[in-house]
Structures are given as structure tokens and as C-alpha cells.
Design a protein around this ligand. Structure first.
Ligand code: UD1
Length: 415
């Protein structure tokens, strides 16, 4: 059973900062990123209550504009709080953002967008300071359809004066989910063809309530867990339309699916064919799906190719898989799919994987949340036990992962 997505829940919590009354988020996952975001909201004066799968954000009396330095580098959320803090207090300070070390992950689009909306923004060694007595709608063209920058614009433009036209916006399901929540709060948001979002600022937003849709990254990861161990995992709680490209990719490799309105299963009792896959923005093959896929490639019947086109440095976990016996070569070239924007750089963003490898247990360090899950997948098919370090990454992004792994039959111990 997968819960609401990690990449949506925290953004909804930030959106709740904009409401005049409390907001409720149902089907929230229990992930470390929620704990961090709740603590950040509390640090500036909001009340966050959590009961079962429900998060309530509200009770804001006096808001203070600075997110403490103690939150430096913990996740990607502080940068999204700038707009809401500016609306509430006219000024804001947020510490430097963190998240996974999967590329430079700059925030230049965020800063440029806030400036275009009328904020004075300065980026210092410790964090970002912004000031604005009023924010004004404007026209913003993103150089790349960034999920975070699109969300930052939504969270800021909804209460700005006048109209904002955002071009080259991200249209990932989690972005649309955030826009729908803001619409419920009273925001005026229109999705136009060709990645254009038009936002007419309103004077105030109210609290709202929503139920998050299932996490498509978790769902995919568990489907692959079933395929790689030649078993069958039934994944509940993630709508099929969030997985359409993922399902087709696995089906082309030979996986058989059974899909209902409540759950889906994938099996591959006769083995899997290799594939050439490139990651892309939605509705392409999602970048966060590639790590489980790469481990699956090590067990397919032949040579597969992966081309990562969203983050330039997302293959940093490959050495851990190589240490476990994965026969993987990485390249600073665009292999598989069309040339991407990392074409003329030295970014190592393509991999060729030999299938049929016998993976062995090893002592490895996992560098980020998605790579963390892949390390577990590799350990599950390895012929001896493995020691995986850095599992806090998994807990930051997956709902009760150890319970789920155990229910899948994996034997693991947390030290
Ligand atoms: C979010 C997701 C992450 C997912 C990614 C793409 C969260 C918490 N994380 O990350 O799981 O893999 O979307 O679907 O929701 N960029 C810039 N300048 C900026 C912002 C982004 O150059 O100011 C670049 C990034 O370096 C990257 C690309 O744009 O190469 C896409 O990043 P973006 O879509 O912003 O990812 P996140 O929102 O950080």
C-alpha cells in the first residue's frame, strides 16, 4: 500500500501557510521529509498536528520571517517557503537548501522568478534573504521546466497583485496536485497548452482539505522489487495514470501486468528483455524511476542503456552497484534517446548495463534516497548479506520502508 507522495506532501504543507484558516492533508506518508517540514513550519510560528495519515497546518498567530540555520541542507523545501513568508511578513530568510546530491541543483530559476515578481533577493553564504512590500504578477519564462521553480512560482503568484504567466512550466502530477490544492484554497490558476500556467492573484486564500494521490516513485520501486526477485508484488494505492510510461517500459521488457482500480501487479516468470530508456520530464520516464530500473537491468537478458537527462549527476550511486558485482559502465555522452542539454559537458549521465550479472553482498554507502532503495534491491538479489550505510536517506523518502521490506520477505536488521 503506498501513501501520498513525498514530493507532494511537503509542498501542500507549504501551501497551507497561505491560508487564513487551517488546512488538512489526508493520506500523508510517514517520511522524514514531513518531520523536517513540520519542524520548519513550527519554527516560524505555524501549528502542525499529525494524527494517523492526517496533517493539519494552521493556528498561525504571529509569523516570524526567518527559518533557522539549523535546517540548512536538510531538504529542498526552504526555498519554497520564501514566497509564502513574503506574503505573510514582507520579508524572509531561508537557509541553503539540501536534498540529494544528484547534481548541482542550483536555485537560480527560483531567485530569478522571485525577483521578477518584485522581491529584492540576495543569496548569501548562509542562505537567501528576500524583501517585498507587495508582489506583482509578471511574465516568467523558465529555462527548463523545473518542478521546484514551477511550484515556487505557484506558491508566490497566487497572492500577488495581477496576472502571472509562467512559460515552460513543469506539469508533473505532483505540480498539478499542488495547483488543485491551491485552487481549493481559492486560487485562480489556469493550465494552458504548451506548458503555460496563468495565475491571477487573489486577495486572500482560505484553508482547504485534500487527500493525496499515491506515490508513483514508491509504487514503481515496489513493482521492480517484485520483478527483480521473480516474485509478485501487489501495489495498492497509486493510480495507473501516474505510472503509464513506467508500466509500458516494464511491459516492453516482458513484464506482465494485472491492473485494477485499486491495485496492480507485475510478474516476469520467463525473465526480462533489455531496454534503452531515457529519463525526461512528465509524461516521460521519470528520473526517480531510473535507479530501480538500473538494478533491474543487471538481471535482464542482455545489454541495456540508460540516459539520464534531468539531473547531470544522478549516477553517483553506480560505484556501490559495481562493488556488488553490477557490470555497469558510465559515460559522459548521450547514449539512448536524443542528445540532451548535458551533451557538450563532462557530466557522466549515461550507463550501459550488462544483464545476467550475479550480484554479491557488499558493504556499501548509499548516497541518496532513490539510490538507497536501489541498494536494497541489489542486496535482495545478492547471494550473500550486504551492509548498507546511509539508510536515513530511504527513511526520508519512503513510507515505513522496513515494514514494507519485511512484508516482502526480505530479511534485514537495522543497527
Ligand atoms: C523535484 C523532485 C525530484 C525529481 C525532480 C524532477 C521534490 C522534493 N523533488 O526536484 O524527486 O527528481 O523534481 O522530477 O519534489 N534547475 C536549475 N535551476 C533551478 C532549479 C532547477 O538549473 O533553479 C535544474 C536542476 O539542476 C535539474 C532540473 O532543473 O537539472 C530539474 O530540477 P527540478 O525539476 O527543479 O527538480 P526539483 O524540484 O529539485
Amino acid at each position: 500500500m503506498v501513501r501520498g507522495s513525498k514530493n507532494a506532501v511537503t509542498k501542500h504543507m507549504v501551501a497551507a501557510m497561505l491560508g487564513s484558516g487551517p488546512s488538512k492533508i489526508h493520506n500523508a506518508p510517514e517520511v522524514g521529509d514531513v518531520d523536517i517540514t513540520a519542524a520548519m513550519l513550527e519554527s516560524v510560528g505555524f501549528e502542525v498536528r499529525r494524527e494517523r495519515d492526517e496533517i493539519t497546518v494552521g493556528g498561525a498567530g504571529a509569523i516570524q520571517p526567518s527559518v533557522p540555520q539549523a535546517f540548512t541542507g536538510l531538504n529542498r523545501i526552504p526555498i519554497l517557503m520564501l514566497g509564502p513568508l513574503l506574503h505573510r511578513t514582507g520579508e524572509a530568510f531561508v537557509p541553503l537548501v539540501g536534498g540529494d546530491a544528484i547534481g548541482r541543483r542550483p536555485v537560480d530559476f527560483h531567485v530569478a522568478a522571485l525577483k521578477a515578481l518584485g522581491a529584492e533577493v540576495s543569496v548569501g553564504a548562509d542562505g537567501i534573504t528576500a524583501r517585498a512590500s507587495r508582489l506583482r504578477g509578471t511574465r516568467i519564462d523558465l529555462p527548463y521546466p523545473s518542478v521546484g521553480a514551477t511550484e515556487a512560482v505557484l506558491l508566490t503568484a497566487v497572492l500577488a497583485d495581477g496576472k502571472t504567466v509562467l512559460r515552460n512550466a513543469a506539469t508533473e502530477p505532483e505540480v498539478v496536485e499542488l495547483a488543485l490544492f491551491l485552487q481549493r484554497m481559492g486560487a485562480n490558476i489556469e493550465f494552458s497548452p504548451d506548458r503555460r500556467i496563468v495565475i491571477e492573484g487573489v486577495r486572500a486564500l482560505r484553508g482547504a482539505s485534500t487527500r493525496l494521490a499515491g506515490d508513483r516513485i514508491e509504487a514503481f520501486s515496489y513493482l521492480v522489487a517484485g520483478l527483480i526477485t521473480r516474485g509478485e508484488v501487489r501495489v495498492h494505492g497509486c493510480p495507473q495514470d501516474r505510472l503509464v510510461t513506467a508500466i509500458t517500459t516494464l511491459a516492453k521488457m516482458g513484464a506482465r501486468f494485472e491492473i485494477t482500480d485499486e491495485w496492480m501487479t507485475a510478474t516476469a516468470t520467463d525473465g526480462l528483455r533489455p531496454a534503452a530508456v531515457h529519463t525526461d520530464t512528465h509524461p516521460g520516464f521519470m528520473t526517480d524511476w531510473h535507479q530501480p530500473l538500473l538494478v533491474l537491468f543487471t538481471q535482464a537478458d542482455g545489454m541495456s542503456v540508460l540516459h539520464e537527462t534531468v539531473f547531470e549527476n544522478r549516477l553517483v550511486y553506480v560505484p556501490a552497484l559495481q562493488q556488488m558485482g553490477g557490470e555497469i559502465e558510465v559515460f559522459a555522452a548521450c547514449l539512448g534517446g536524443p542528445a540532451c542539454r548535458f551533451h557538450d559537458t563532462d557530466a557522466v549521465h549515461s550507463a550501459v548495463v550488462r544483464g545476467g550479472s550475479k550480484l554479491r553482498g557488499a558493504d556499501v554507502t548509499l548516497p541518496d534516497v532513490r539510490a538507497g532503495f536501489s541498494g536494497v534491491l541489489a542486496a535482495a538479489v545478492a547471494d550473500q548479506p550486504s551492509v548498507l550505510r546511509g539508510i536515513a536517506h530511504i527513511e526520508r523518502g519512503y513510507h515505513r520502508p522496513f515494514e514494507q521490506f519485511t512484508s516482502l520477505g526480505l530479511s534485514l536488521r537495522r543497527n
